[in-house]
Design a binder for this molecule. Structure first.
Ligand code: NAP
Length: 308
């Protein structure tokens, strides 16, 4: 079968770090164009806007939208209405209702919509899910603490409304939690800490529960220097599970139970090819719904100003 002719929109950090290497080694995809106001990829036809690109290259089959979430809906609408399959970087949009609208438009146009959650494809996540399915869970603790100056230097959009602030990484934890827990949870309380000069939170503490009374506590913090923490711990009847380093390694009762090389983006592109081939969409909004709940239910605390 001929490869899927792919265009990438919003050429920035994640495109260079992950999309380009993943696409380059995937025989199901051929990168045929990019659209970005400034970014380009050597040797690939470059356009300044998605509209210009779609008009000039009608043979494009699919687009990967990698701009900040506040600008994703308009680009997705253009692509879906032009009959292209769409890969949405995480988070899939700035609001739940706009992502729901994209699902409807994709279905109407007979194309695939993929809301990608890269952390769900971290190496040990599948093992953690299998462990929790077999071991009744008593409680869960999520610790997602990183240094925003290191990971998001001078990214203005991330502090704007819709940029999600600390939920930009935190939603990765929520994408794993919603994937590995046998039953859904819902938010019961939250505190969001907003720097006095910013429109998005720098830290958040979240409590979740479910019909069975499970306790899930999550702490997200962008002010972490030194050791970075991306851990999900669960107390279960079969022992203590720790999914460490963003899903890279699984520990049971302190002993390493599984680790494997990281292949999140190659796996995402495999999944995108699979849903295109089967005519399906895959757009789970559960992680985004928890973030929306946090903004709805969360107590707001103003904290010291943040400067890059
Ligand atoms: P980024 O480096 O800021 O790149 C995004 C690119 O989008 C920019 O370089 C910009 O390219 C383009 N863009 C289009 N419209 C824009 C606008 N109005 N304002 C700012 N940029 C605009 O961000 P990123 O780190 O790649 O993140 C992009 C998305 O990927 C986010 O949703 C993020 O959550 C997700 N993601 C990031 C990472 C990571 O490690 N950084 C990991 C996984 C997922 P032009 O100026 O050329 O238009």
């Amino acid at each position: 079968m001929a490869p899927i002719r792919l265009a990438i929109v919003g050429v920035g950090k994640i495109v260079r770090d992950q999309h380009l290497p993943a696409v380059a080694t995937d025989p199901d995809f051929e990168l045929v164009a990019t659209a970005s106001r400034h970014g380009t990829v050597e040797g690939i036809p470059a356009f300044r806007s998605i509209e210009e690109m779609l008009a000039a290259q009608p043979g494009i089959d699919a687009v990967a939208l990698c701009m900040p979430p506040q600008f994703r809906y308009a680009a997705a609408l253009s692509a879906l209405e032009a009959g292209k399959h769409v890969f949405l970087e995480k988070p899939p949009g700035a609001t739940i209702s706009e992502v729901e609208d994209l699902k409807r438009i994709a279905a109407e146009n007979g194309v695939s919509l993929f809301a990608s959650w890269h952390s769900r494809h971290a190496p040990a996540v599948g093992r953690a899910k299998a462990f929790l399915a077999a071991s009744p869970v008593r409680s869960v603790a999520v610790t997602w603490k990183e240094d925003v100056r290191h990971w998001h230097p001078n990214q203005a959009w991330i502090w704007e409304p819709g940029g999600l602030g600390v939920f930009d990484p935190g939603i990765n934890a929520l994408s794993i939690v919603t994937h590995i827990l046998p039953k859904p949870v819902f938010l019961t309380a939250a505190t969001l800490e907003f720097p006095e000069n910013r429109d998005a939170p720098i830290a958040a503490a979240l409590s979740f529960s479910n019909a069975g009374g499970l306790s899930v506590e999550a702490v997200f913090d962008w002010r972490q220097t030194g050791r970075q923490s991306w851990d999900i711990e669960a107390e279960t009847e079969a022992g203590a599970m720790r999914l460490a380093d963003g899903g890279a390694r699984l520990f049971i009762d302190g002993a390493l139970a599984f680790e494997a090389p990281e292949r999140e983006y190659p796996t995402l592109y495999r999944r995108f090819a699979e849903i295109i081939a089967s005519g399906a969409s895959d757009a789970d909004i559960a992680p985004l719904a928890h973030v929306a709940d946090a903004f709805m239910l969360g107590r707001r605390k103003v904290v010291e100003a943040f400067h890059d």
